[in-house]
Design a protein around this ligand. Sequence first.
Ligand code: PMP
Length: 357
Amino acid sequence: MPSETELLSRFAALARVIGNTPMLAIDFFFRSRPRTVYAKCEHLNLTGSIKDRMALHILRTAYVSGRLTPGDKIVEVTSGNTGISFAAIGTALGHPVTIFMPDWMSTERKQLIQSYGARVVSVSREEGGFIGAIRKTEEMASDESNVFLPRQFSNCANVEAHELTTGREIWLQLGNSDLVPDAFVAGVGTGGTVMGVGRFLRTARKDIRIHPVEPAESPTLSTGCKIGHHRIQGISDEFIPPILDLCQLDSVISISDGDSIVMAKTLAREIGLGVGISSGCNFLAATQIQNDLGGDAIVVTVFPDDNKKYLTTDLLRDEPVRDGFLSPQIKLTAIRVLPRVCQMCDALPTALRSYVS
Ligand code: PMP
């Protein structure tokens, strides 16, 4: 088992390869008018997704509070990316990791988790799907000793991770280019991203709009109950997560899964951005909010992961374009890169310098 000094140096190493991602300014024409939307490249995190931020912060806060000690088993329920993050980061810190996941998730996700040495337990719809999987982790924690449950859906450290890192980075990166965000949008899985980024940005700018996004085919947030099936893996699981407080957010944006798939394909084919389906969804939601606010509004989102986990999904198949899709009206033209926070300390306006550690 790693010593305390060794653990500290492993945490420090992980913190250098997680977060502090570049931000893209994506230029495009929408209905023949020039537009720009901003997106954080979360697919460039250690394991290829935004969930690394949350996993690292949850484990760090658990160590600080004494709830996690060296060698403990980490056991979590996830639709994929969280499992990959805990498998990689947990292993790097010397922990055995077990991941419970619904059996309808993509094969690549399961295999990736296993590739880090973690154990995967598949849970079928008959066994209760997502909620059944959560029950199984609780049972494991009560039957066995030294089990740590990160509980991403209810752990405040999930929200805090995005408040302290993602939200702060967005504010600083835009500020460095003399831009102030008017709105932030993000698809809701646990709600950690939208709540945490929202909390930071609202502190910095009271009247900013913060919109959660869900699949049109499965409007769980707008209706309050689980309905329908959708193809945007990573968002809209089977319930409203406890850390999501819709009262603190603006209206829920609804985007179709087919439109999200077409948009993700377009991002790859037209500007070489190989991102996942929820990134296509977030981009469309950002465009939709910009339509409401005016074409010059500064709207920001995240690209939560890359396209490698979707090789056997509809992302790689032909997707029919339906009436009402936004994606066919978007013509991407260029990407510009806003530097990472660590690359711009000297250039920061004095008022923002105190945020940079
Ligand atoms: N997109 C993808 C691909 C994800 O894996 C997740 C996390 N489940 C999200 C979006 C949503 O992020 P959050 O859990 O912070 O709401």
